[in-house]
Design a protein around this ligand. Structure first.
Ligand SMILES: NC(=O)c1ccc[n+]([C@@H]2O[C@H](COP(=O)([O-])OP(=O)(O)OC[C@H]3O[C@@H](n4cnc5c(N)ncnc54)[C@H](O)[C@@H]3O)[C@@H](O)[C@H]2O)c1
Length: 384
């Protein structure tokens, strides 16, 4: 079987893990062909750990080496779009780490260029899309089984990170190095799944806390309220300081609801008739009986449970497998590169609402967002 020759750019925590599983043959259609990092310490480590894998200190040299068909960008977020463009320009397929970028203007430029190269594969490492649970929930929502969405809420506070995590690399949790906190590092996974399943909102109002429980300049606590074109609303809560965190995603439609707990179990309840329909025909006697706990003839509730045994570490090899299959035989991408901008637009809008202390449209004006981000970076630099 022909294998895609993959180059990993950035062999830090994530890139190191990818290099390990590719070398161990965990992705049947992909081989580790080269690695790149600007850090000389990483070169020594890689020479020891991967003696037969060519190492580059300049990713452009790796792209032009003839050794790789594709690259994955496991580097700090600001670099993803430019590395994506440089790869595609050299006929190299690009798998971008999340987030696709820090601000949507840079991701728009990437998408514009990628659109001119449809013959190349351009994908996103949205590994949580491989979770069969979320794939089924997306299918349920799209089939109309629970009706039109009225409200979706996601409390995802299981992203606990101690101060030592932030202190491990200088780029983390800074405006200049990372471009934000939990919204650009951890929560892009859920922002992506949320919009993948429930669609993009049109407006956002948020309340963020910056450096609330950690010594950081960026946000470590987020509450955002979203509004959608059909009148639906949403709430997104995330933080990195709940040691006993919660991962609970609820979708309420006019014909049912889905409650997802821990990204492992979903309880789906489906009404035999829509709530509007039941509302129209319900008599006051019916209401009294309902309050007395009597079973009514007016409607039935069908309930079922979906469970996923998938471990998170199984997800990343699956994204590589799907990405390489797209290169080799045109298998549809689970996470096309063009989807990468949506979670960036959401994160930018949530930031912008807090910066402006007002409700903002989604997407926010790209240039205005960059201006605000640059102010944060300048203030951070001035503080030293
Ligand atoms: N999909 C996931 O589940 C997941 C999980 C963790 C991290 N990530 C993403 O992976 C990216 C990297 O995160 P990390 O935790 O591995 O960071 P890290 O700091 O541990 O590693 C980043 C590496 O990139 C290298 N680097 C920086 N600039 C470079 C350049 N110009 N050329 C080559 N190498 C360069 C650094 O030297 C470092 O070794 C981030 O964007 C993060 O969001 C994704």
């Amino acid at each position: 079987m022909k294998k895609v020759r993959m180059g990993i750019i950035g062999v830090g925590a994530e890139g190191g893990m990818y290099a390990d599983f590719l070398l161990a043959g965990k992705v049947s259609n992909t081989e580790l062909a080269a690695i790149c990092d600007i850090d000389p310490v990483k070169k020594n480590l890689c020479d020891e750990k991967y003696p037969n894998v060519p190492f580059f200190t300049d990713y452009i040299e790796m792209l032009e080496s003839g050794l790789v068909d594709a690259v994955c960008t496991t580097v700090p977020h600001y670099l993803h779009p430019e590395m994506g463009i440089q790869a595609l320009k050299r006929n190299i397929h690009a798998l971008l780490e999340k987030p696709a970028g820090v601000y949507s203007l840079q991701v728009s430029e990437l998408l514009e260029y990628a659109a001119t190269r449809p013959e190349l594969t351009f994908g996103m490492m949205f590994n949580q899309r491989t979770n069969p649970l979320y794939q089924k929930i997306k299918a349920i929502v799209e089939s109309g089984e629970i009706g039109a969405i009225r409200r979706s809420t996601w409390m995802i506070t299981t992203w606990w990170r101690p101060q030592a995590y932030y202190n491990q690399s200088a780029w983390r949790a800074t405006w200049g190095g990372e471009g934000g906190g939990v919204l650009v590092n951890q929560a892009p996974h859920q922002l992506d799944l949320w919009q993948w399943i429930c669609g993009m909102p049109t407006q956002v109002t948020s309340r963020l806390k910056f450096g609330y429980q950690r010594e950081l300049a960026v946000e470590d606590d987020v509450i955002a309220m979203t509004e959608y074109e059909n009148g639906a609303s949403g709430v997104f809560i995330t933080c990195t300081h709940d040691l006993l965190g919660t991962d609970r995603f609820e979708i309420f439609g006019d014909k049912g609801k889905i409650i997802v707990e821990g990204s492992k179990k979903a309880t789906v309840q489906v009404l035999s008739r829509s709530e509007q329909d039941i509302n129209r025909s319900m008599t006051i006697e019916g209401v009294i009986n309902l309050f007395k706990g009597k079973k009514l003839d007016d409607y039935e509730v069908n309930e079922y449970v979906i469970e996923s045994a998938q471990h998170q570490l199984e997800q990343h090899p699956k994204v590589f497998e799907n990405f390489s299959a797209n290169i080799l035989d045109g298998t549809p991408l689970l996470a096309p590169g063009s989807d990468g901008i949506k979670s960036v637009q959401l994160a930018n809008a949530i930031h912008m609402s807090a910066f402006m202390d007002s409700r903002v449209n989604v997407p926010v004006d790209e240039k205005s967002y960059l201006t605000e981000l640059n102010k944060k970076i300048a203030a951070e630099k001035a503080r030293g």
